[in-house]
Design a protein around this ligand. Structure first.
Ligand code: DHB
Ligand code: FE
Length: 285
């Protein structure tokens, strides 16, 4: 049967993608940021999964105010990198896994989560920047990816508790897939940042590090944090962090009474554009 081997958490920032694409990762401003992902790129080579289930948010690229799915699962065979205004990023086309994605859709919808099924969409920096940070610049991404988009852009957004419970449902769905696949689940976006209004530029290191601590040690308690606390403490775009609870809710300590996952890597860095960058790799025991 399929199983979740690890979860990966990382911020996304468009400027990180641009820096990689323009070959500027060694510049003094960026060098400390990319140093924090050196371990991760090697870890990905040593622990390449069969499929990545990638939880991210679209930034009015595939969706818009015309249509706002709270949770959308990609069941397509492939996804093209989006043009976000400067042309598409020069990164590989993302190969999907329609069979596993359809299975997860069926299982999770029948566990009472109303997912939107997406058979065609372009993927923006929310998905491609985490792949670049973890995989570098390969000719092709190392494995198929199932994109799972969460609305954290337009109010109302899903609660942390809803996201955590959804992670549990995804774990159950994976476990009932009848093929021996190693699956990683990634939670992306965050950490503290605000791109708009009088508080633009807000960073909250204390909040971010407490979030990382609690995500590791007590995610069920973290899931109870109301969304207004994210916005107040971590900025209007800090709400992207609720997506990390989907990945955490799919881990084996939550679902099978296994020990707390092993922290393979933890990294935190400011500044990166307007965003505090946080990163964790948790391995199931
Ligand atoms: C930035 C961060 C984001 O999460 C985003 O979607 C766009 C921009 C930034 O820090 O510049
Ligand atoms: Fe974002």
């Amino acid at each position: 049967m399929a199983r979740i081997t690890a979860s990966v958490y990382t911020s996304h920032v468009p400027a990180i993608g641009a820096t990689i694409d323009m070959g500027k990762t060694a510049e003094p401003y960026w060098q400390p940021l990319f140093k924090g992902y050196e371990f991760s790129k090697q870890w990905m080579k040593d622990n390449t999964p069969d499929v990545i289930f990638l939880v991210y948010n679209d930034h009015a690229t595939a969706f818009s105010l015309d249509m706002i799915p709270t949770f959308a699962i990609g069941t397509a065979a492939q996804y093209t990198p989006a043009d976000e205004g400067w042309g598409p990023r020069p990164v590989p086309v993302v190969q999907g896994h329609p069979e596993l994605a359809s299975h997860i859709a069926q299982s999770v919808i029948q566990q009472d989560f109303d997912l939107t099924i997406v058979n065609k969409m372009d993927v923006d920096h929310g998905l491609t920047v985490p792949l670049s940070l973890m995989c570098g610049q390969p000719e092709a991404w190392p494995c198929p990816v199932i994109p799972f988009a969460v609305n954290v852009v337009q109010y109302p957004v899903p609660s942390g508790q809803r996201c955590f419970n959804l992670g549990k449902a995804i774990a159950k769905a994976v476990k009932s897939y009848d093929e021996d696949l190693k699956i990683q689940i990634w939670g992306t976006g965050g950490m503290s940042h605000q791109l708009q209004g009088p508080r633009a530029g807000l960073i909250n290191k204390d909040f971010d590090n407490a979030f990382l601590d609690q995500l590791i040690a007590d995610p069920a308690a973290l899931a109870q944090k109301p969304h207004i606390d994210y916005v107040r403490e971590a900025g209007s775009e800090g709400i992207e962090l609720v997506m990390w609870l989907i990945a955490r809710g799919a881990m084996s300590d939550v679902n099978e009474g296994k020990p707390t996952p092993k922290v393979a890597h933890r990294f935190y860095h400011v500044p990166a554009s307007n965003t505090a960058v946080g990163h964790l790799i948790l391995e199931n025991s």
